[in-house]
Write a new protein. Structure first.
Length: 457
């Protein structure tokens, strides 16, 4: 019955019979190609999930939906998205990212177009929930590919580069959606991103590939002579339950990271989803409000790069110190945004730039830490696991935050964000000294087992 999905299985390993010069050349080529493909794909995933936030004022004024109804739509999306991230994370570890990510993006484009054709709140919620399911196909394969194509000592910087795709997508979509909603109606803000997603999804099938071993290359740990703790390169066939039980459920570090990640996502999602509405209620135009929120993503772009570089170069692969420092920055910048509520464009843009800068540091580094403190064959599963709980937190920014704003005003909103920031600082302080890397080489036995496995395929 599932034969039609056979093409999504992991690509078979190919024995490495190349010279060192050929290996160097192919690694350079494929690392660049994999990176720009993932990058472009994830930018467009943002086009098809963040567009709703920037047509919310139009849905309130034109469709007469209440804030609580829109919040319910957001909560339903995030719950399904988080669950999809976890389940698809497990699935993606056993699948070929080339097809997994592409099909998810194409399907998300289709659901956006269907959303644009709908008018009743029931159908809008249905298609947005369906979109949440397919959105979960984006991040886990990227985590798997980054883990397998980039080694521990360089991963912070490369992950930081990929992570800026969040900001490019998140920064462009307010402008695209704002222009569409202003000049062509809110439905066009769903149609245009949907068509783009379908086209880019087809392009991903042509561009992307699976792990290095499927291209006849040695594992990245061997190529870079950089072996993480607990690396067992021969455990490719571990069952789903073994991965979940041993490397997630019984891993205390994962639970701490999950709790912190959830709180960071509450702040990130609340500011991103409600920021435009907050600014519009302070007397700003729709286009101006949407444009200011773009500075949130611009700040995140630089925050990702700085945090990745700092964790690699200053703290030698430890993610904890940078996470703590950046979460303190979140606390300060959110408070500043609150106190400049009646300021002008420049004040709002500066505050949102700062919030984005500090949020996207831990948003990225917590995910890296989850990969490094679990297992190399559980990259998609571990990021999916923390992603599930983070989007449960994001779901709280829908109806519950809408309820808080309705009954306690924007003051209640900002107090909630500050409390979340404070708790995240405390949790991440527990992991200040934790580091996932060791310097030992792969044992001769592990090498022999890997060679036997490759030759048998």
């Amino acid at each position: 019955m599932l034969k039609c999905l056979d093409f999504m299985k992991r690509a078979p390993y190919v024995p490495c019979n190349k010279s060192q010069q050929e290996i160097d050349k192919e690694y350079k080529y494929w690392r660049l190609r994999i990176m720009y493909s993932m990058y472009m794909g994830y930018v467009v995933f943002y086009f098809t999930r963040k567009n709703l936030a920037f047509i919310m004022p139009s849905l309130v004024s034109e469709m007469h939906f209440s804030k609580e109804q829109l919040g319910l739509m957001g909560s339903a999306f995030y719950i399904v998205y988080g669950l999809s991230k976890f389940l698809c994370g497990i699935w993606s570890d056993k699948s070929n990212p080339r097809y997994f990510m592409a099909i998810g993006l194409i399907a998300s484009g289709v659901t956006n177009i269907c959303f644009g054709f709908s008018s009743s709140i029931t159908m809008l919620i249905f298609f947005w929930i369906l979109n949440g399911f397919f959105q979960g196909w984006g991040w886990p394969p990227c985590g798997r590919l980054i883990t397998r194509w980039y080694s521990q000592k360089e991963r912070g910087r490369w992950w930081a580069i990929w992570n800026t795709s969040h900001n490019v997508g998140g920064g462009l979509i307010p402008i695209i959606a704002g222009l569409c909603a202003t000049y062509m109606g809110w439905r066009s803000a769903m149609f245009i991103p949907g068509v783009i997603a379908i086209g880019v999804g087809i392009w991903l099938i042509n561009r992307m590939r699976d792990v290095p071993e499927s291209e006849g290359l040695p594992p990245i740990e061997e190529y870079k002579n950089d072996y993480p703790d607990e690396t067992k390169v021969v455990e490719d066939d571990a069952s789903m339950w073994e991965i979940i039980n041993k490397y997630l459920l019984k891993n205390k570090y994962i639970w701490i990271l999950t709790a912190a990640f959830t709180l960071v996502y509450i702040v990130r999602t609340a500011v991103n989803d409600w920021g435009a509405l907050f600014l519009s209620e302070q007397g700003n135009s729709l286009l101006s409000s949407d444009s200011v929120v773009s500075f949130f993503e611009l700040g995140g772009f630089f925050g990702s790069l700085v945090s990745g570089w700092a964790s690699d170069k200053i703290f030698d692969g430890r993610r904890g110190p940078v996470n703590v420092i950046f979460c303190v920055g979140i606390l300060v910048s959110v408070a500043a945004f609150w106190f400049t509520a009646h300021g002008g464009f420049s004040a709002h843009a500066t505050c949102l730039f700062a919030i984005g800068f500090f949020i996207f540091g831990p948003q990225m580094l917590i995910a890296i830490a989850a990969v490094e403190l679990s297992h190399r064959e559980a990259a998609g599963t571990s990021t999916g696991f923390i992603g599930f709980f983070s989007y449960f937190g994001a779901a709280l920014t829908g109806y519950p935050v809408g309820y808080i704003i309705h009954h306690a005003g924007w003051q209640g909103f900002f107090i909630t964000m500050i409390i979340c920031s404070l708790i995240s600082v405390g949790l991440l302080s527990l992991l200040w000294s934790v580091k996932g890397r060791r310097k030992q080489k792969m044992t001769d036995l592990e090498k022999d087992l890997l060679e036997d496995k490759l030759s048998s395929t």
